[in-house]
Design a protein around this ligand. Structure first.
Ligand SMILES: C[S@@+](CC[C@H](N)C(=O)[O-])C[C@H]1O[C@@H](n2cnc3c(N)ncnc32)[C@H](O)[C@@H]1O
Length: 282
């Protein structure tokens, strides 16, 4: 029998909609670690000119915000998120890094409190995968970009995870996360759809750049990143996956153990992020 998702309340947003990863301290740390570890890979090619107004939609705890503020010190960022708790952590992160070019505001991406064409550029990372209507969200973001301005969207795709040794149980626990996210209205396989979504939303000059990460025992640091980013993310949905009957306890424990083996001696792990850019023409 199904139970409510995120029954511990951790994953509920202010709109009372569940959020698959929850908002625990461990998840906040995972997001910040992910942003800093993948910063060079994901932000390569993203620099905003001095004086430009940039909206960062769904800044979360500020992991990407500090990188944006650092890489484009002359740009003025407005970073929004639906969660006030995440916003205060983001504000603290940016303040502790000494940046003064970011303003924070609570906002729902479906109901942005900005007039048409307010921003020169929009930056979005790991948001669309959680939304029931990513196309509508892209339309709302497009409306606040001035003609000629750009959007940058970064998403993952859990179907892109390739690993050795292969394991049906490891694939099953990843599938649990994909299925849970789908039940909450999201799509953990959205990376492959970015091109279509951006074009359908009316952006032009759409370009998608796949950004793979790879780890084997040649780099202990990369293997640590696989454990702390990807495996920790999957482990985070354990209780919900079991409560929903998506896996039994034995399969779950074996699947997680097998995932750890891919980040150990003789193992290898590969995952691809997708970074899309587009222009609002008219
Ligand atoms: C996985 S986190 C990503 C945070 C950040 N962009 C990063 O890469 O670290 C997703 C964020 O989307 C926010 N979010 C979810 N739905 C939203 C909505 N409708 N409007 C604004 N933010 C939303 C959540 O509160 C959460 O902070």
């Amino acid at each position: 029998m199904k139970t409510d998702l995120n029954t511990n309340g951790e994953g509920m947003g202010p709109d009372k909609k569940p959020y698959v990863h929850g908002r625990s301290e461990r998840e906040s740390e995972r997001l910040s670690y992910q942003a800093s570890r993948l910063g060079d890979l994901l932000h390569d090619g993203t620099n905003y000119p001095p004086g430009s107004n940039v909206l960062e939609a769904a800044c979360g705890v500020g992991g990407q915000t500090v990188i944006l503020a650092r890489n484009s010190p002359g740009a003025l960022f407005t970073s929004v998120d639906i969660s006030p708790e995440s916003l205060s952590l983001a504000r603290a992160a940016v303040t502790s890094e000494g940046h003064s070019n970011v303003t924070f505001r609570q906002a729902d991406v479906y109901d942005l409190p900005f007039g048409p064409g307010t921003f020169d550029h929009v930056f979005v990372c790991f948001l669309l995968e959680h939304l029931p209507d990513p196309l509508l969200a892209l339309g709302k973001l497009k409306a606040v970009i001035r003609p000629g301005g750009t959007i940058t969207v970064i998403e993952g795709d859990h179907g892109s995870a390739l690993f050795y040794p292969d394991s049906a149980d490891a694939r099953a626990v990843i599938r649990c996360l994909v299925d849970l996210q789908q039940e909450m209205g999201g799509n953990a396989l959205i990376g492959r759809e970015l091109s279509r979504l951006m074009r359908e939303a009316g952006f032009t000059d759409v370009r998608v750049s796949p950004r793979p990460v790879y780890a084997d025992e040649g780099s202990a640091e990369s293997q640590e990143a696989v454990k702390n980013i990807f495996i920790a993310m999957v482990e985070g949905v354990r209780n919900d996956a079991l409560a929903h009957g998506l896996a039994d306890e034995k399969t779950w424990e074996k699947g997680i153990r097998d995932l750890y083996r891919t980040a150990g001696p003789g193992g290898s792990f590969c995952y691809t992020f997708f970074k899309a850019t587009g222009i609002r023409k008219g």
